[in-house]
Design a protein around this ligand. Structure first.
Ligand SMILES: CCCCCC/C=C\CCCCCCCC(=O)SCCNC(=O)CCNC(=O)[C@H](O)C(C)(C)COP(=O)(O)OP(=O)(O)OC[C@H]1O[C@@H](n2cnc3c(N)ncnc32)[C@H](O)[C@@H]1OP(=O)(O)O
Length: 233
């Protein structure tokens, strides 16, 4: 499963030209992932999250949907390839820290932070992210912190933008919090690509309750395709 998702993502996320004509074999892709895949059921997942996950796994059976794997670290090689391609090799952390760096949404202990799994519909060109926000993501008592919701929105919209345009960075996010979302409840993020203008990808989403009766949050994002060799730092 991991390899089939990787194969599909690879052409979208890799092989950005480098100055001097050399081409990278990978930058920010999911390919050759050998680490633990976190987008799979765990004991900390609620019944609601498991049920929804199972429903989407069923949709994957005919190939119209695909589960996107998710791990918590980049390999040192991948980290270096990425910085070489887009940051002229300027590495923002000490070399010995690279292997300790973790993908923020995957940096919590199981069940206490973000539990999520994303599914990609290749026909409808949209992502559905199923998630449960754990006890360490509290904002006002009993409810999720707005910043936690924004983190998941950024991650989900960013993944959609990457699937559509390759390596991107977030330039702008605009969020409307419509209703507070209870801690430990399950939310469903639905994304759509609104338009592409040159290097700019405009993507939007909302977060709904499982029964679709409550819209908790709406968000739009502008993602900019990175230009290989352009120095940003
Ligand atoms: C193993 C671990 C697993 C990991 C795997 C992960 C896989 C997928 C997950 C992806 C999800 C990740 C989500 C997280 C993403 C982030 O959080 S990124 C971090 C936050 N963002 C930043 O730090 C970006 C900082 N900004 C920049 O570096 C630059 O501004 C930029 C790169 C965004 C753009 O710079 P540049 O390339 O120089 O472009 P410009 O020439 O400036 O602009 C191009 C066009 O875009 C327009 N534009 C730029 N910014 C904005 C803006 N804020 N608002 C509106 N428009 C903007 C700009 O006007 C240009 O438009 P025109 O072409 O002139 O029309």
């Amino acid at each position: 499963m991991l390899r089939s998702c990787a194969a599909r993502l690879r052409p979208l996320l890799v092989a950005h030209g480098r100055p001097g004509g050399a081409r990278l074999t990978s930058t920010f892709s999911f390919e050759e992932v050998t680490q633990k895949d976190h987008a799979l059921p765990k004991p900390s997942w609620s019944k609601d999250l498991r049920l929804l996950f199972d429903q989407f796994m069923k949709k994957c059976e005919d190939g119209s949907w695909e589960r996107l794997p998710s791990c918590s670290r980049h390999s040192v090689q991948r980290f270096q390839n990425f910085t070489k391609a887009f940051f002229s090799g300027s590495i923002p952390v000490k070399e010995e820290q690279i292997s300790q760096a973790k993908f923020f949404p995957r940096s919590f202990e199981d069940g206490l932070g973000f539990e999520y799994a994303m599914f990609w519909s290749k026909d409808e060109k949209r992502i559905v992210c199923l998630f449960q926000g754990g006890l360490y993501l509290q904002g006002i008592p009993g409810f999720l912190h707005g910043g936690a919701l924004v983190t998941l929105i950024d991650t989900t919209l960013g993944t959609h933008a990457m699937l559509a345009g390759g390596a991107v960075m977030t330039a702008n996010l605009s969020i409307n919090f419509k209703r507070p979302m209870p801690l430990c409840s399950v939310g469903v993020i639905n994304t759509q690509l609104d338009k592409i203008e040159g290097r700019k990808l405009f993507v939007s989403c909302n977060i709904q309750s499982v029964d679709e009766k409550t819209v908790y949050t709406e968000g739009t994002g502008l993602f900019i395709k990175l230009e290989p060799g352009k120095t940003l730092v």
